[in-house]
Design a protein around this ligand. Structure first.
Ligand code: NI
Length: 164
């Protein structure tokens, strides 16, 4: 297990569509462990493989620090409602911006044993699922920000800020 270097905005890896995982390997298991280490080390709530330079459809999410999820080849299959809040990204350090996301998200994915499961989320979990899945399609949240990107030290930034 190790902490990997997180690619920053402007790195073309972050704007590339990732390939599905067809077969689990020891190499990918190690990648998943490293993604969790890297995410927790940076106090993030989600991380996508392209953020550590690997163009595969893998994300890790943990919005409470106690509910780790690995989503492989994830797809959003249902959404409901809308929520608007500040969002951040480990690839865009020190910045946040307002993004509208669904209030509820239902996703289908494979776990690290390549078994299918359903993950449903509201609030921050719904936001994290959308944000991380966007990474797999090379979409940065900065393209969806309403208004300006703000410094995390700005007065408008509140405790809801989470970096993904
Ligand atoms: Ni991100």
């Amino acid at each position: 297990m190790a902490i990997r270097n997180v690619r920053k905005l402007g790195d073309e890896t972050l704007e590339t569509v990732c390939r599905p995982v067809k077969k689990m390997t020891d190499h990918l298991q190690e990648l998943i462990d490293d993604m969790f280490d890297t995410m927790y080390d940076a106090n993030g709530v989600g991380l996508a493989a392209p953020q550590v330079g690997v163009l595969r459809r893998i994300v890790v999410i943990d919005v409470t620090g106690e509910d780790p999820y690995v989503l492989i080849n994830p797809e959003i299959i249902e959404t409901e409602g809308e929520q608007q809040a500040y969002e951040g990204c480990l690839s865009v350090p020190g910045k946040v911006g307002i993004v509208t996301r669904p209030a509820y998200v239902k996703a289908r994915a494979l776990d690290r044993n390549m078994e299918e499961f359903i993950l449903e989320g509201e609030e921050l979990l719904a936001r994290a699922i959308c944000h991380e899945l966007d990474h797999l399609d090379g979409i940065m949240y900065t393209t969806k920000v309403e208004g300006d990107l703000e410094d995390t030290s700005a007065p408008a930034a509140d405790e809801e800020d989470e970096e993904e």
